[in-house]
Write a protein that binds this ligand. Structure first.
Ligand code: GTP
Ligand code: MG
Length: 351
């Protein structure tokens, strides 16, 4: 029994007869018991008082979902919690979200309903099991002209399509680090699909990233667009992921620093993908591997950090007669394979 209730009972007993009081407290007790463990808002979490809740909210952790996907270190920094409390808070937030184990049939059902955005190419979509998938990061890497940016433009348009046409009925946030975004190209693609051109352009929020810190900040701001402006963001594009990181941290001595920041950036993107069930599409450059004797002597840059954080990796290259080839690399849930597609005036197309 909590202190308040105990006092009320004793006070009551002093004033009135025992049975009457017991009747009165029995009912609310029964109702209260399960509620005590039920976490419905941040304030209900163990170890979170009003002041901490306020601090967490100010730092953007204003929902149970945002806390459940946070790391202890982030909460220590944001809310001044001890690491142990931070862990307790995260675990409580997670169990309130029902983010524990799920049976495989439920998972299968969930995966069937996962948003997948079409590329306009049947071959490309089937390589990806239906299209670019929400909830995780998809990376396309390849040399210049391999169509990484064209795919970004196509997805920015297609994510706006109705669900039955392979879209997500949502809008796109486009982080452009190379100045390669072209609204004229969006216009062409929208016209081909019979969409309202002005509306299609309005539904793409473009920001030019000027350096790696700026790029990281822009990715962090996407959550504000969703929460504060109520935008239904279903696609976040980062084109390209690595060019600023590559330029800003050039020496060997800066590599560890670069990878740490890159890791944080990828985590921000990953969190957006899972928390808001949206597609994250990042493009990446390649470097040549001079020690390769067999096979393709190119590899994505960014090392393990990028590789481990991108659930789906696609290697793009130029094929015969102006075609493009997309090859799936080490996917955990899709069959390996490669397909051929075209880039035309109308956008991405089957050959
Ligand atoms: P980098 O960013 O330079 O590494 O290359 P990328 O992989 O992003 O290539 P991008 O998507 O920019 O270009 C791929 C190809 O698309 C180009 O080689 C062109 O053939 C084609 N392309 C680009 N813009 C247009 C366009 O407006 N119309 C048509 N039909 N094709 C285009
Ligand atoms: Mg490009």
């Amino acid at each position: 029994m909590n202190e308040g209730l105990k006092k009320a009972t004793i006070d009551g007993l002093n004033k009135r007869g025992k049975t009457e009081i017991l009747e009165q407290i029995q009912e609310p007790m029964e109702e209260k018991q399960p509620k005590k463990n039920k976490v419905e808002s941040i304030e209900d979490l163990p170890g979170v008082g009003p002041a901490t809740a306020e601090k967490l909210k100010e730092s953007g952790y204003d929902t149970l979902l945002s806390l459940s996907v946070a790391s202890p270190g982030e909460l220590v920094e944001a809310g001044g919690l001890t690491e142990a409390t931070a862990r307790k808070v995260i675990n409580a937030a997670r169990s309130s979200m029902g983010m524990g184990f799920e049976s495989a049939d439920e998972l299968l059902e969930k995966r069937k309903n996962l948003l997948k955005v079409t590329t306009n190419s049947k071959a490309f979509d089937s390589l990806l099991g239906g299209g670019f998938e929400a909830g995780s990061i998809t990376e396309c890497f390849g040399e210049f002209g391999s169509s990484k940016t064209q795919i970004a433009h196509q997805l920015a348009v297609n994510v706006q399509l109705p669900k039955e046409k392979g879209g997500g009925e949502g809008i796109c946030v486009y982080i452009d680090s190379e100045g390669a975004f072209r609204p004229e190209r969006i216009k062409q693609m929208a016209e081909f699909l019979g969409l309202d051109v002005t509306q299609t352009l309005k539904n793409i929020k473009v920001a030019r990233a000027f350096n790696s810190d700026h790029q990281m900040l822009l990715a962090e701001k996407v959550e504000d667009l969703i929460k504060e402006q109520g935008l239904n963001v279903k696609l976040v594009v980062v084109d390209s992921l690595m060019s600023h990181f590559r330029a800003d941290f050039s020496g060997r001595g800066q590599l560890a620093d670069r990878q740490q920041k890159l890791n944080k950036h990828m985590h921000t993107l990953q969190k957006l993908a899972t928390a808001y069930n949206l597609v994250v599409y990042v493009t990446n450059q390649v470097m040549s591997k001079p020690d390769t004797f067999f096979g393709d002597p190119t590899a994505a840059i960014g090392g393990h950090i990028v590789g481990h954080n991108s659930q789906t990796r696609i290697y793009l290259r130029k094929g015969k007669k102006g075609t493009r080839v997309a090859k799936l690399i080490d996917s955990p849930h899709l069959a390996d394979g490669e397909i051929v597609f075209n880039i035309e005036e109308t956008g991405v197309k089957d050959v």
